[in-house]
Design a protein around this ligand. Sequence first.
Ligand code: SF4
Length: 497
Amino acid sequence: MDRKIIISKSKYLAGLQCLKYLWYQVNAREEIPEPGFTAQFIFKQGLLVSEYAKKLYPEGIDLGKIGDLKEQLVKTSELLSERKPLFEASCSFGNVYSRADILVPADIDRWDIIEVKSSTQLKEEHIHDVSFQKYCFDKAGVKIRKCYLANINNQYIRKGDINPGELFKKTDITVEVEEILEGIEDRIEEILEIAARQSPPEIFIGKHCDEPYSCPLKDRCWRFLPDNHIFNLYGNKDKATQLYNEGILSIKDIPDWYNLTLKQKIQLECAKTEKPKINKSEILKFINNLEYPLYFFDFETFSTAIPLYEGVKPYQIIPFQYSIHILDTIDSQPRHYDFLAEGAEDPREELLLNLRKQIDETGSIIVYYELFEKGVLKELAETFPDYSQWIDSILTRIVDLYKPFGNFHYYHSSQKGSASVKNVLPAITDLSYEGMEIADGMAASVYFLYICGNYDTGESCPAKEEVEKVRKSLIKYCGMDTGGMIHILRALVKEVV
Ligand code: SF4
């Protein structure tokens, strides 16, 4: 007997990104890696945003928590006659099924769809998302008048309790949805045809593996590529896709005559010679500019859609941790200081208070990617004017260790086209972030929110021992960022002096 395949909104969107991914979603879900801790936490934050959006309609009825899919469909059709806002209302027609975040009665017999997103910008994938909903509801006999997107308003400033009316900005996307609806039946038909196949379709890898979302099957689909492959070419991926389509997989196989940028030419040269490229004069200039003592400095920060503290905007960057290593001479034993906020209060003023004690009046402050650290400091200066003069004085002392790598004055093939500290450290020293409990900034912010007990994701606070374990990992991670910078600088000095 033929099985009935149901295409939900998430499967439809997966199919638009890649039909192979869609096939796995329908036929071999167990082969799609589960999202990690960070992705799950971000997903829960999205749910929290939806909960705030429901507060826009206090008289609304929530169907999301009722039984299974079948019961939700029955309940939705029962409640439609009440003409009240419905949350998570569902509908099905033929092989399609959809839910709407919010369905609002419009006129005598029509409804408006409101799709809630935790981003601040309207994106093309949102229009596809809503168009699928409108198609399903229309087909199921629920007439849709208008479609809206409720995004986060990043100009909202928290004063007291969250005000959902100000937190969200609603955009009428009816026209865009109507435009994109053209051809939806053909797209659904194609998706159904692929989903019904016995084996996944042959789909080449390419930009679509990361757009609009990073595909969880990347490890599986990309594993045939050689180590230093052409998608590691610096810059946008059009050239890499073109090379891939011409059958060139490895950077070292790119013909010399190929139209490459200066940085890409350096990548090709390093791949062929198997040696790093070192621009000694530029690196020397960088080193000679440094003024001792050297302060190696790094912030860890978080930003949330729902502002946690008074006076904070959605997605405002909040520093909660820093690490400083201080060197009096290049070979001296470093002194180390750090700060990691505790509890649920706004950590910024205490952080500033500590920081001011630990940075003296002279010496270069070395960061990795100054735009970020300078941006955080400038925002702190605005919020805490008592510190603005001091912050202005340290801003002028900042030196960016990213620059020699970002400008490819030093490049090693193992950096794979990236100048991030995570790629540079193992390329130039024998250290790496591999195996660390917390190994990147996103994980650091998510773990901090997890232990700080301030983020209402509906979960209870972790036990004390768990909090201590996470705090140790956070301190180790941030310390690695600044300790690692010392090793990177020493390696550069060794190359040129
Ligand atoms: S990694 Fe790329 S090709 Fe493979 S399933 Fe995902 S999007 Fe498709």
